[in-house]
Write a protein of this length. Structure first.
Length: 154
């Protein structure tokens, strides 16, 4: 038997690592949020490491029509599959950047400032995009989420 299993765990001691690959503009990541939180409640001895980004790199130009159509369809499928809410009016109001790098950098900045608030910030970014009609590729959204999650926007 392994040494870890032979001795009792100390409070707060991690026995394993759960690697979460996520992006604040990933609609499947938003859909998976309740499941990830359930895993964390049921297995508090797991340490989560978030690997940020990777959804879409590229030019900081508005999403082309083809990408908007693809993502809008995905939102409907993910909403149906997971029950997570999406405000589909977003697409009538915004045309976010096709790259997700600025939104990912905002989450990494939150982690750098206070690792204990990284997940709250990530959830705030999810909600901004998927339910609050705010463009996650814009600085003003990043700052609003920072303030809402207890960071000093300055």
């Amino acid at each position: 038997m392994s040494e870890t299993l032979d001795k009792p765990l100390m409070p707060g001691e991690a026995v394993g690592t759960l690697y979460y690959f996520g992006d604040p503009m990933c609609s499947w990541c938003w859909g998976f949020k309740p499941t990830l939180e359930q895993v964390e409640r049921e297995y508090p001895e797991l340490r989560r490491v978030t690997v940020m980004g990777g959804l879409r790199r590229g030019e900081e130009t508005p999403m082309p029509d083809e990408l908007v159509t693809l993502i809008r369809g995905a939102w409907h499928r993910i909403e149906e599959a997971t029950g997570q809410p999406f405000d589909h009016d977003f697409w009538e109001l915004h045309r976010p950047l096709q790259t997700t790098v600025p939104a990912c950098r905002a989450v990494v900045a939150a982690r750098t400032l206070d690792p204990s608030r990284e997940w709250a910030y990530m959830v705030g970014m999810f909600q901004s995009y998927f339910t609050k009609l705010r463009d996650p590729s814009r600085r003003e959204t990043h700052l609003a989420v920072a303030e809402e999650t207890g960071f000093d926007p300055a």
